[in-house]
Ligand binder design. Structure first.
Ligand SMILES: CSCCC(=O)C(=O)COP(=O)(O)O
Ligand code: MG
Length: 231
């Protein structure tokens, strides 16, 4: 079956886990109290703060919501409300050039080559769609946003649920077996495979001290960089 689209994860796949954990998360954690104080009344922000409050028993002070969110950052919770708020906070960091996003050296050349060959490229990450656009728009390899035909976050569903990939397949409008999903997380690849999508485990040795080999790959094709992916 010819491959006509690539769907890629971000953290641990195009970009290092340490960039997300050591740069993005601490930035959001530090900026959160000021962000909520300054913008907490904006409807687009309030909606997510209220979602967090509801999950913590209902109405509570903003200072409590901030503490809950900071706890979630520490736990690396992939909660849609947290991810939406993080994306808004990171916008300031990228705009003021506090950081650019990490791209593995093999990622941007491969994405460009696949695009030039006529493949359609999509992103599926736990990071919100605005955060994904920021990350690819301010990467070490320049602005890569134009390469992508679509963006998906957890509003489509969790990354370990087959139904999310079925929805993405529907949105892309190609047969599932003409799409390949790239990720560092085996459970995400299992869910994609259940939906009929092709899978490649991107096993970044800088991110994972133990290579996932043999049974640990759950039978997914395994590469250590995008330059090893033949499509
Ligand atoms: C794109 S925003 C930064 C990454 C992030 O917050 C995150 O949770 C990434 O998870 P992924 O699904 O890309 O592994
Ligand atoms: Mg990942």
């Amino acid at each position: 079956m010819p491959i006509r689209a690539i769907l890629t994860d971000i953290e641990g796949t195009t970009s290092s886990i340490s960039f997300v954990k050591d740069v993005l998360f601490p930035y959001a954690r530090r900026a959160l109290p000021g962000f909520v104080a300054a913008r907490g009344r904006e409807p687009g922000v309030r909606k997510w703060l209220d979602t967090v409050a509801l999950e913590n028993g209902g109405a509570c002070q903003d200072s409590v919501i901030v503490e809950v969110l900071q706890g979630w950052i520490d736990e690396d919770r992939k909660h849609t409300a947290l991810k939406a708020l993080q994306g808004m906070i990171w916008a300031d960091g990228y705009k003021s050039a506090d950081f650019t996003s990490h791209m593995y050296p093999d990622a941007a050349p491969a994405l460009r080559q696949w695009k030039d060959r006529g493949l359609r490229l999509y992103v599926y990450s736990s990071g919100s769609v605005p955060a994904q656009r920021l990350l690819f728009g301010h990467s070490d390899a320049g602005d890569l946003t134009e390469l992508f035909s679509g963006w998906f976050d957890t509003e489509v569903g969790g990354k370990r649920e087959a139904a999310s990939y079925a929805r993405i397949v529907e949105a892309i409008g190609l047969p599932a077996d003409e799409i390949v999903f790239l990720s560092d997380v085996v459970e995400e690849l299992d869910a994609a495979r259940e939906a009929g999508v092709g899978t490649v485990l991107v096993d970044r040795l800088d991110d994972y001290s133990q290579p996932r080999e043999g049974e640990a790959t759950h039978g997914h094709a395994r590469v250590t960089g995008f330059d090893q992916i033949a499509v």
